[in-house]
Design a protein around this ligand. Structure first.
Ligand code: KIV
Ligand code: NA
Length: 265
């Protein structure tokens, strides 16, 4: 099997083949997703929520992101691995951003990084790109700035915000990002952006008219149960399956049904 590259992702957009992307934070899960043939794995800072139980993505550290990314990279044989830069690791200035990005690439073995924002972080992105590090942009709902907005509601419904998003998307392409994530925006706006850009646009809650889709894997597998936005389709109920399996195990242990003689030495 050959590794997925940024060039192949671009070629997929050109021939109209949709790009599949999911998050992964650990070795075992990444092995399953990569084995199933996923194109891109995102070591998302959603690890802060899903793995660590924080309410927001703000607390996760660069060291913690690198640990998750190392685990994912060890499992991957084919997928392109993108690692989120955590809050605070790139907003200060461009040399801090470059230093953080280099740490991620060097210590985790990931293939590229993602950061949230447009014009505000232009210098940081440009600087990271000079080191030959592929950068994926992220616009629309940007969870690292949750306290600026106060809610996780749909973004860019108003004309002014929609116009800024389009300008930011064009800027990210112009400075050299290889792809862009659009999170929770009206599908009409996402369609417009995907049509205007030559780089792949990956949506989450951004409708069908973009170049690919991304979901948080624990959400689409039904492991997280409280989170149910409209855009989320559950492809399995693993949370229920795991709950049942654990209850059967507990019963067996209590009833001395496990282990049997065959399961002992
Ligand atoms: O951290 C994450 O999971 C993400 C995706 C939702 C795009 O950034
Ligand atoms: Na993220």
């Amino acid at each position: 099997v050959k590794l997925v590259t940024t060039h192949q992702l671009l070629a997929m957009k050109e021939r109209g083949e949709k790009i599949s992307m999911l998050t992964a934070y650990d070795f075992s899960m990444a092995q399953i997703l990569d084995g199933a043939g996923i194109d891109v794995l995102l070591v998302g800072d959603s690890a802060s929520n899903v793995m660590a139980g924080h309410e927001t993505t703000l607390p996760i550290t660069l060291d913690q992101m690198i640990y998750h990314a190392q685990s994912v990279v060890r499992a991957v044989k084919r997928a392109f691995v993108v690692v989120d830069m955590p809050f605070g690791s790139y907003q200060g200035n461009s040399s801090e951003a470059l230093r953080s990005a280099i740490r991620i690439m060097k210590e985790s073995g990931g293939h590229g990084i993602k950061l949230e924002g447009g014009a505000e972080i232009k210098d940081s992105i440009t600087r990271i790109l000079t080191a030959g590090i592929p950068v994926m942009g992220h616009l629309g709902l940007t969870p690292q700035s949750i306290y600026k907005f106060g809610t996780y509601s749909v973004r860019a419904k108003e004309e002014v915000e929609a116009q800024k998003l389009i300008e930011d998307a064009l800027l990210l392409q112009e400075i050299g990002c290889f792809a862009l994530v659009l999170e929770k925006i009206p599908s009409g706006l996402a369609k417009k952006v995907a049509e205007q850009l030559t780089i792949p646009v990956i949506g989450i809650g951004a409708g069908p008219d973009v170049d690919g889709q991304v979901l948080v894997v624990h959400d689409m597998l039904g492991i997280t149960k409280e989170f149910k936005p409209r855009f989320l389709r559950r492809y399995a109920d693993l949370g229920d399956a795991m709950h049942d399996a654990v209850q059967r195990y507990i019963s067996d242990v209590k009833a001395r049904g496990f282990p049997t003689a065959d399961e002992a030495y």
